[in-house]
Write a protein that binds this ligand. Structure first.
Ligand code: NAD
Length: 440
């Protein structure tokens, strides 16, 4: 099939590349000339494992191309996916201006029947508005479908190629047939394509993300209680997650969740609920717990250093909001860094992928190091903010030799408190009895 995918970010580019990889002809559209220039040379503007190889192969085999000309892509294609950003507006509601601009652009360019698919995460009712906008600008036939995306950055290709389920919302049989055909190669292992009405499909995406976020906030609260009553959240987590009704995923406490999706989608669903007169207590609590959690290390740090961080040097390991991505949107690490800088500390940071994005945001107020150990040179303490696998089994002896004082604040609970004590570190973590000083 001939497909246009509008927006070449984490979702659009993965969608375009994976559909091309399954044998479709795909034209990806973006308004960012810098991105287009890179993509035409098969350079991917962000870090996503496996994506550059897939993009290059499909360009070379003639199935994947890039353009800034939406009209030309619309005229050429049979199905158009809208995968542009839906960032939060000033009131927390999703800013849908890009989605609506694309809808109008599609209507003005189409020259016959098209299936228009909203893949961006959009509030309930958006696809209906997309249909209205198209109707207002053309009398040609079309159908709208909602097809929310559930991929995870860092494992996006695998998630797209082997989805747990595909959700399609449409009231058109013709569009449903097209979507079923498109997704057929990805569901050979039996994952279902769940057809439903458009509003339920749009709502599904928000419910899924808010549910995942709620598990994290819930466990962060339980970790806070563990900290005070002397229980170990790591043991509690495994025991609780062993219950088949609960499962182990998304139960890891830490310094809060970030990223481009959870915070934004929580706010957007909250705004949707408010707009229809529903006061959502749970959504509000998830957000408030997360905001508080981002500061969970602060009192531990302040107390360790006697309330004064002026001139202290902190090493930060991990900048991205989670491992395997260079995405720093809403990353807890950046909140920690900002707080340290505001209190007069010096920050030396390492991340395997996210330094260029962080430099763009924080500039040279932070010293960036190429190797994780270099960040430790002369440091009074290390703050571990993102659990990249390279940080999991470091050379503790080397760390101690490089640091001014062997102090670790572990925002992701990746080290064993007992081992850290044996290695001679003052080790602070979250919800575990690990904060005893090595020297008594
Ligand atoms: P992104 O910011 O990485 O990419 C958006 C792209 O759209 C950018 O390249 C931008 O230049 C382009 N764009 C903006 N306006 C445009 C226009 N008028 N015409 C053409 N291109 C335009 O965003 P993303 O992370 O890929 O997210 C896209 C959507 O998918 C959002 O609604 C997001 O909530 C949703 N989503 C994201 C993820 C994720 O992990 N990132 C997962 C599931 C769903």
């Amino acid at each position: 099939m001939r497909l246009a995918v509008v927006g070449t970010g984490y979702v659009g580019l993965v969608t375009g590349a994976c559909f091309a990889n399954a044998g479709n002809d795909v034209r990806c559209v973006d308004i960012d000339p810098r991105k287009l220039e890179m993509l035409r040379k098969a350079e991917v503007p962000f870090f996503e494992p496996g994506l550059p190889e897939m993009v290059r192969r499909n360009i070379e085999e003639g199935r994947l191309s890039f353009t800034g000309d939406l009209a030309e892509a619309v005229k050429w294609s049979e199905v158009i996916f809208i995968a542009v950003g839906t960032p939060p507006g000033s009131d927390g509601a999703a800013d849908l201006s890009a989605v609506f601009a694309v809808a109008k652009g599609i209507a003005l360019a189409m020259d016959g029947y098209r299936v228009v698919v909203t893949k961006s995460t959009v509030p309930v009712g958006t696809s209906d508005r997309v249909a209205e906008i198209i109707s207002e600008n053309t009398s040609l036939p079309f159908d709208v479908a909602s097809n929310p995306e559930f991929l995870k950055e860092g494992a996006a290709i695998d998630d797209f190629l082997k989805p747990d389920r595909v959700v399609v919302g449409t009231n058109s049989e013709r569009a449903a047939k097209v979507m079923a055909r498109l997704f057929e190669p990805f569901i050979r292992t039996g994952a279902p394509v769940l057809f439903m009405d458009i509003r339920s499909s749009e709502m599904t995406k928000y419910v899924a993300n808010c549910m995942l976020a709620s598990r994290i906030s819930f466990m962060n609260e339980m970790a806070g209680i563990c900290d005070l009553v002397g229980a170990d959240i790591a043991k509690v987590r495994i025991a609780v997650g062993s219950d088949k009704r609960i499962g182990q995923a998304f139960l890891f406490p830490g310094i809060g969740f970030g990223g481009s999706c959870f915070p934004k989608d929580l706010d957007a669903l909250h705004a949707t609920a408010k707009s229809v007169g529903y006061d959502s207590l749970m959504l509000d609590a998830i957000v408030r717990v997360n905001k508080r959690q981002m500061g969970v290390l602060f009192p531990k740090i302040m107390s360790h250093f006697g309330g004064d961080l002026t001139g202290r040097t902190f090493a930060i390991w991990g900048l991205s909001f989670k491992p395997q991505t260079d995405d720093i949107r809403e990353a807890p690490a950046l909140k920690v860094i900002q707080w340290l800088l505001d209190l007069g500390a010096v920050v030396r940071a390492h991340d395997p992928e996210a330094i260029p994005n962080t430099r763009q945001q924080l500039g040279d107020r932070v010293v960036y190091t190429e190797r994780n150990y270099d960040a430790l040179n002369g440091a009074d303490a290390l703050v571990l903010a993102t659990e990249w696998s390279a940080y999991r089994t470091p050379d503790f002896g080397l760390m101690k030799r490089l640091m001014k004082t062997p102090v670790v604040f572990d925002g992701r609970n990746i080290y064993d408190p007992e081992r850290m004590r044996e290695e001679g570190f003052d080790y602070y973590c979250i919800g575990r009895p690990g904060r005893e000083r090595a020297n008594g």
